[in-house]
Design a protein around this ligand. Structure first.
Ligand code: HEC
Ligand code: HEC
Length: 372
């Protein structure tokens, strides 16, 4: 009897992990809301290179990559601090990876990969000689070699990855001794990315049940705010606005206090607060709650306007705390990604904009969670 029990228990323990780790698509979709701010609602990524395309990447690769960020093997502070990736369980990672791997954005022309500067012919020669054996002739990767697709990926991300490999800040080809990129010049790397950007992503889809987002910019712009029930949500609507619902149990006063403390901690000056609804109520006008907090670092402001006075229009950075029709409080701010992705910016301005965006996101996360 005991032996039979042990046998059954053993069989179950063998079955359990496999059973548990099947991806739950509904949960994956829910988790994706915290990824969407940077990677886009459909995992499409941003052409300017801030965040890579995740849609349609093979599940095995997504699982591996996310675990590497969670466990500290790959590091990206921007993502690590805002995405909740650090506290994900294996099951969460299965769910989000399953979901993302099934999204197919290849048929929607608005998601086409932008062409890159460089000589694609020269890039093709390098690719044929040095990359094809693992990433495949068509650029769709080889699961057998654990090499992900490069076709259908934004060129700026490919470029930044190659530079990380070259600087030994990320491991290429699962080989700590890898030397693939050691002797490549800037020009070579540019040519490779130019070639990869010409590869079609039509076949860039894992099998199974497939989502095809038939969206247009207009539909995206009209998308209703999500109905948030619990937890922290970061949502992307046209990628120009970042919004988060306050976590359940966090009051508006808690949120403001947390944001002020966070700002002080990271040396971002709070330069003003406009109590809009309070002012209206003082005039006897009934109104939903609205208050706007303003932040500014004079040195960052200087960097931006020295480059171009038009950046003064973004200042000071603002976070609004606002109630929707149901009385649910939200934090809203402009997402500087649009600005960061503009090709016209000088490198020091991009660096400043990324840092400011990150600081504002940190403040917003503190407000939404009440933690600082
Ligand atoms: C604040 C912006 C931001 C958020 C939010 C974010 N990411 Fe990222 N993610 C990035 C950036 C930037 C990179 C590129 C980092 C690098 O080069 O290592 C990246 C890279 C990745 C990669 C590696 C892709 C590849 O081809 O190797 C994966 C996988 C990923 N993110 C998954 C997620 C998931 C899942 C979430 C949500 C739980 C998420 N990210 C939320 C910014 C973000
Ligand atoms: C020996 C096999 C092999 C060769 C040859 C190879 N790669 Fe890779 N490559 C890989 C593997 C495996 C990974 C996945 C690494 C990981 O899991 O982080 C990878 C990852 C990458 C990535 C990152 C993709 C992402 O989504 O983050 C880029 C970019 C890349 N390779 C470019 C190239 C280029 C360009 C060449 C040729 C010059 C090349 N590779 C040659 C195996 C190879």
């Amino acid at each position: 009897m005991t032996r039979l029990f042990i046998l059954i228990a053993a069989v179950f323990s063998l079955l359990a992990p496999a059973h548990l780790l099947a991806g739950d698509l509904a949960r994956g979709k829910e988790i994706n809301k915290t990824c969407a701010l940077c990677h886009g609602q459909y995992g499409q990524g941003t052409p300017g290179g801030i965040s890579p395309r995740l849609a349609g990447l093979p599940k095995y690769y997504l699982v591996k990559a996310i675990k590497e960020y969670r466990d500290g093997k790959r590091v990206n502070l921007l993502m690590d601090t805002t995405s909740g990736i650090k506290s994900m369980t294996d099951q969460d990672i299965e769910d989000i990876s399953d979901y993302l791997s099934r999204i197919d954005v290849s048929k929607d022309s608005q998601f086409d990969i932008k062409q890159a500067v460089g000589d694609p012919e020269k890039g093709r020669e390098i690719y044929k000689g040095d990359c094809k054996t693992c990433h495949a002739k068509d650029g769709f990767g080889k699961p057998r070699k654990e090499a992900p697709p490069l076709a259908g990926q934004h060129f700026a991300y490919i470029d930044s990855s190659i530079n990380l490999f070259k600087a030994k800040m990320r491991e290429h080809a699962n080989d700590p001794e890898d030397e693939t990129f050691d002797d490549y010049s800037k020009e070579d790397i540019r040519n490779i990315t130019a070639y990869l950007a010409t590869l079609d992503d039509k076949k860039f889809v894992a099998g199974g049940e497939i989502y095809v987002p038939q969206v247009t910019a207009v539909a995206l712009a009209k998308a209703a705010p999500p109905t948030a029930s619990k937890g922290l949500q970061i949502t992307d609507i046209t990628q120009t606005v970042a919004q988060m619902a306050l976590r359940e149990g966090v009051s508006k006063e808690d949120a403001i206090e947390a944001m002020m403390s966070k700002a002080a901690e990271i040396n971002l000056k709070m330069v003003g607060q406009q109590h809009v609804s309070k002012e209206l109520e003082a005039r006897g006008v009934e109104t939903p709650y609205l208050t706007i907090l303003q932040f500014c670092d004079p040195m960052d402001a200087r960097t931006m306007i020295v480059n171009n006075p038009i950046f003064a229009s973004y200042m000071p950075c603002r976070i609004a705390l606002v109630e929707d029709k149901e009385g649910k409080p939200w934090l809203m701010m402009l997402n500087l990604d649009m600005l960061i992705n503009s090709k016209l910016l000088a490198p020091d301005v991009v660096e400043t904009a990324i840092r400011v965006n990150q600081a504002m996101l940190d403040i917003m996360v503190a407000g939404a969670t009440g933690e600082f």
